[in-house]
Design a protein around this ligand. Structure first.
Ligand code: ADP
Ligand code: MG
Length: 395
């Protein structure tokens, strides 16, 4: 287990000013938060610290402002955050922040203005780190999803103040460690999605670490093409078939079984329930057809493989799941994984923007062991990269 400090190591925080980095960058429309998942993830840490009498100062960013602008103000999420937290949250602008913080009482929660209103936040400028550090006594990083960036509020502060992982960060790091750091074997990885080119580093990292590499989605087409299969009009990166070959070879050296579909769902046009829809063997795809999902025989074989595994890590849908019926394989395999997890035979960890949407569509996100909403940070972790915001928390 990577050794990082958590809230359990904080000691007595009563009256102490604790700077807590959260990811409150929730989707918004018309000035309203439309999905409060990220706000809810921040609650356990903030509530625990406030209950222990800390003065809680939340640091967060909204969007990618070039210059400070009201449409990027954290003031826009303050009310929604207050609602999910169930206690008052004071908004504090950068101007006069020190004086405003000095007025706070133990147990109070305040949300500071957008960290990215300082140009030096993203450059990890020591002057900005100092400006933040001067407001607090302790630093808690609870934003795994921002931990792949070495910014002043995500990395720099961990060197300026005693630093700890918040509860959400802790939960995420423990789940990821269980899935790939020190997993129970055999381990399966599902890698799907549109293109091989966006996930080359993920594939290269995984082949050496997992027992079964299940390739689906558009990227399976490139691997099939590398095996000499004619994929018709399918999304396929023909220039990457050599790279696909290298991955097959690396898998062989590492005794990793690569699973490609035997059967596929094809159509001549990409539309919902198209008249040309059919299921066929991978060797029977016509020149004017495209592969839009893996087939039912493939799903059955993959379900059998999962039954022999103890750990699963999943990124990327197996088909063009947004358009029916090309969600069928993703939904079916997700339900199998969820059922195995509920029976206690599988630890299942999934992440990725579209993957989370697909698991929600299948209605099984809550039945997985852990679903990461971290996006970029989750993918970098799948690539085996060290995340600067996490590294800075290590003892
Ligand atoms: P994530 O966001 O979970 O990392 P990706 O963004 O890599 O996943 O991939 C998701 C996209 O891949 C979806 O938009 C899906 O429609 C697309 N996709 C999956 N399979 C295919 C396919 N066979 N042909 C075209 N697009 C596909
Ligand atoms: Mg995506």
């Amino acid at each position: 287990m990577p050794d990082f400090r958590t809230l359990d190591d904080l000691g007595d925080v009563a009256g102490k000013r604790v700077l807590v980095r959260e990811d409150l960058n929730a989707p918004m429309a018309g000035g309203e938060v439309t999905d409060d998942t990220r706000l809810r993830a921040a609650v356990p840490t903030i509530a625990e610290l406030a209950d222990k009498g800390a003065i809680v100062l939340v640091l967060a960013h909204i969007g990618r402002p070039k210059v400070p602008a009201p449409e990027y103000s954290t003031a826009l999420v303050t009310r929604a955050f207050q609602e999910v937290l169930g206690r008052p949250v004071r908004y504090i602008d950068w101007e006069g922040a020190a004086a405003a913080v000095a007025m706070l009482q133990p147990g109070d929660v305040a949300l500071l203005e957008n960290t990215r209103f300082f140009g030096g936040e993203e450059r990890n400028d020591p002057a900005v780190v100092q400006r933040f550090a001067a407001l607090g006594d302790l630093y808690v990083n609870d934003a795994f999803s921002a931990a792949h960036r070495a910014h002043a509020s995500t990395e720099g502060l961990a060197h300026a103040l005693p630093a700890y992982a918040g509860r959400s960060m802790e939960k995420e790091l423990k789940a990821l460690e269980k899935a790939l750091g020190n997993p129970e074997r055999p381990v399966a990885a599902v890698v799907g999605g549109a293109k091989v080119s966006t996930k080359l580093d993920v594939l290269r990292h995984l082949v050496a670490r997992v027992d079964h590499l299940i390739i689906g989605g558009g990227m399976a087409n490139t691997f099939l093409a590398a095996r000499g299969v004619a994929v018709g009009k399918s999304l396929c990166e023909h220039d990457l078939t050599g790279t696909a070959e290298e991955i097959f070879e690396a898998a062989e050296r590492a005794s990793c079984t690569v699973h490609l579909p035997y059967d596929v769902v094809v159509a001549t046009e990409f539309a919902a329930n198209p008249p040309s829809l059919r299921t066929c063997n991978v060797h029977e795809v016509a020149a004017d057809e495209m592969i839009l999902d893996i087939g039912p025989a493939a799903v059955e074989a993959l379900a059998d493989a999962l039954k022999t595994c103890r750990t699963l890590v999943w990124n990327g849908p197996l088909g063009a799941f947004e358009t029916p019926p090309f969600d069928a394989a993703t939904v079916a395999l997700a339900r199998t994984a969820a059922a195995l997890t509920q029976e206690g035979s599988l630890v299942s960890v999934a992440g990725g923007g579209d993957t989370v949407a697909a698991l929600n569509q299948a209605g099984v996100a809550d039945d997985f062991t852990f679903v990461s909403t971290a996006g970029g940070a989750f993918l970098e972790w799948m690539e085996g990269k060290e995340l600067p915001g996490v590294a800075a928390l290590m003892r």
